[in-house]
Write a protein that binds this ligand. Structure first.
Ligand code: HEM
Length: 361
């Protein structure tokens, strides 16, 4: 009975181990498909590399096997104490990760996001290093280009948001952070997570924004948008690299809730005046006495142009719709000064139809 039990438990351990191995192999296959993987001796000698790695650096496997890691680095780095310290650390079994600059076979610069993982034997002694890497050259290039602009936009009083071609927000300037603070409760993410978020999360129907932004010919694009009860004036422009390639959008924006409210109120007042059943003079606009420039103000008003020949007729008055309809060719009428040679009756005969009365003049 005991022997049979022990046999059974050995079998189940074997099965577990085999499942574990299958699982592990599956995971390694998955990693191999998407990542660049390379194995080193503890001193940096290359043991093996997968296809992704070879493609990224432009070497065939047989060209790099047995070579030292330094073939992927600039000489100024490999001769530095930092480079020696890097391999010493790995040799002691310590893990390293970060963003590294490397050089391809053709001498081009490549940036990788990589982890260097020491592998230990059954006695806990490190015996090799496996490196998993992904190519982040494009992101680094974008950041560098943005980096040139950053000192400029950092202190700009304008609110600026930059995104890359995948529409991930890469930068917000301090003015934006300050302006977003009172709106933080309206955002789907915390303020400090705006950078790194995709712009889609801010939009109800992201396909709409994506369609606009997919074609730089649509830019610049201006819109007033609503965020909660607030109104934002948004201007989206394209960012272009030195080859003229569109590399992403830039948003400059302003909170205009109060401004729009005031404009709205003014428009309402104006509409009340416009539609008032009595003649109302809106305001006086005094033209220079010696040189009459009112023609620019009075546009196509034939009556006023006639009067404008005189330097004595100085005051141009926008009038409400009721007046306009009476003086059909004019959007403005003219008030003579006390010195005007025309009597009210004369002006009336010039400016107005016979039936009109010059209530305001
Ligand atoms: C670089 C980053 C961004 C870009 C390029 C962008 C672009 C756009 C565009 C093109 C529109 C359409 C405007 C129209 O109606 O014609 C829009 C609308 C809108 N955006 Fe953004 N946006 C960005 C970031 C943000 C952020 C950070 C927020 C949140 C604070 C935001 C909130 C909104 C809202 C509320 C609308 C109104 C329509 C909607 O909800 O979809 N956007 N954006």
């Amino acid at each position: 009975m005991t022997t049979s039990n022990s046999k059974k438990s050995t079998q189940s351990a074997d099965v577990n181990e085999s499942v574990g191995m299958t699982n592990l192999t599956g995971q390694l296959d998955a990693v191999n498909k998407v990542m660049a993987v390379i194995e080193f001796e503890l001193d940096g000698t290359i043991i093996a590399a997968n296809e992704n790695f070879c493609n990224a650096v432009g070497y065939r496997l047989d060209e790099i096997q047995g070579q030292h890691h330094r073939i992927f680095c600039e000489a100024s780095y490999t001769s530095s104490p930092e480079y020696k310290a890097f391999w010493d650390k790995l040799g002691r079994g310590q893990f390293e990760a970060g963003e590294y600059k490397r050089i391809t076979k053709s001498g081009d610069e490549i940036w990788i996001n990589a982890s260097y993982n020491p592998i230990f034997d059954e006695n806990g002694k490190p015996y090799k290093v496996v490196k998993f890497a992904s190519d982040v050259t494009e992101q680094v290039k974008f950041r560098r280009k943005a980096g040139v602009m950053i000192p400029v936009v950092e202190n700009a009083p304008t609110n600026i948001i930059l995104a890359d071609s995948d529409l991930n927000i890469t930068y917000v300037n301090p003015a934006t952070v300050n302006a977003l603070k009172p709106l933080a409760h309206l955002l789907p993410v915390a303020l400090d997570q705006v950078v790194g978020s995709n712009i889609d999360i801010f939009h109800k129907d992201p396909s709409y924004q994506r369609k606009i932004l997919s074609n730089p010919k649509n830019l610049p694009h201006q819109a007033f948008i609503e965020l909660g009860d607030e109104i934002l004036d948004l201007l989206v422009s394209g960012i272009y690299d030195e080859e003229g390639e569109y590399v992403g959008p830039m948003v400059t924006w302003e909170l205009v809730t109060e401004k729009r409210q005031k404009e709205h109120e003014a428009a309402e007042k104006s509409s009340m005046v416009e539609n008032a059943p009595v003649n109302i003079i809106m305001h006086w606009c005094r033209a220079p006495s010696s040189k009459w420039t009112a023609s620019s103000l009075i546009g196509s008003c034939c009556c006023c142009r006639r009067l404008s020949r005189s330097t004595r007729c100085k005051t141009v008055v926008p009038v409400n719709r009721l007046n306009k309809t009476r003086c059909t060719q004019s959007q403005l009428t003219v008030r003579s000064t006390h010195r005007a040679p025309w009597s009210r009756r004369a002006i009336r005969s010039k400016c107005w139809s016979a039936s009109a009365s010059m209530v305001s003049c």
